[in-house]
Write a protein that binds this ligand. Sequence first.
Ligand code: FE2
Ligand code: FE2
Length: 344
Amino acid sequence: MAMFKRIQELIYTSNLDEVNLECIDLYKNINELSRQAFYDKDEAARLAVHRILYVINLAHLAISWELPAKNLMHPFISSIKYLLEKHWQQSEQSKYDHILSDIPAVENFPAWVKQKVAEHASNELHPLFTFLRDAATFEQMREFFFQETPLEMLFGDILAFMLPGVYGSIKVEFLKNYWDEVGHAEDHRVHRNLRAKLMNTVQIPINCYVQNIELLICEELELINMYLSLATNRPKQSELVGVMLATELMIPNRFQYSIKGWQRVGLKEDDLDYLIEHTSVDQAHSEDWLNQVVMPILINNPAAMSEVVLGIFRRLSIAMSVLDRLYNKIQTTETACIGKFKRK
Ligand SMILES: [Fe+2]
Ligand SMILES: [Fe+2]
């Protein structure tokens, strides 16, 4: 059995106090795997540890009256999450040292960050976007859309993790953003539901991001784990604020390409509500997140800037690796969706 499936069982079903010996072995194996993944840069190990971290992170969203994650807070599960996140963070940090040694003064931050995001290769200039707009087949569009499912379906939940304990104007901005995310409390306008509608149209199961983890590319798991690991680790909130800023700054432009691509392969405007909605609301979100969240934090706590900047650049860099991998994958290999989710 794949290790992430065993961890999943241990979270939801086992009496962990009775499987102590197995836990000791598993912990040793995961520790070794994590070293191979993050220090030896072993691809297979990286995929394996991100699957494990993802099932633990997902359990933080488990619904107690349906399938309670009863061992989520057991020290065994917590220590795996702690271990993987620690190794991951240590291996990442040095990549961003050159940026962190060159951060601007607080008053120059808005212009600096917009320029950095605009010129980053993960923005709309990536060739994947023009490929989606001009050339991708229906199945290639579908594979791309499938792979982006975890973050898009969980985005509102990640935002919700940020709400407690923060008050005043920052809370107000979190809530405005969240209010849009939940369709101003109209269920059919909730972004997650708009996305589900498009998934139905192209015949991808709504729960694929939970049921078909083995089909997700490593880079997308890394992306969603970055968000969920920061969201479930309170001292990392400043970094998550930076991740969210980069997200809002990027989305409006890139969705335009997917919209044109889907229309080219026959989808109607009505099917594309989810994507169209984001081309307008996110423009305002990015400005407001910058001015109402990030700047008040930085003005009052300039020392938080390095965390915020780290979040921004981790987001840009991981998003870039997702695009690179998908650009290659959807053109060269049979798409996962074709085999798994057959269209009628
Ligand atoms: Fe949204
Ligand atoms: Fe947004």
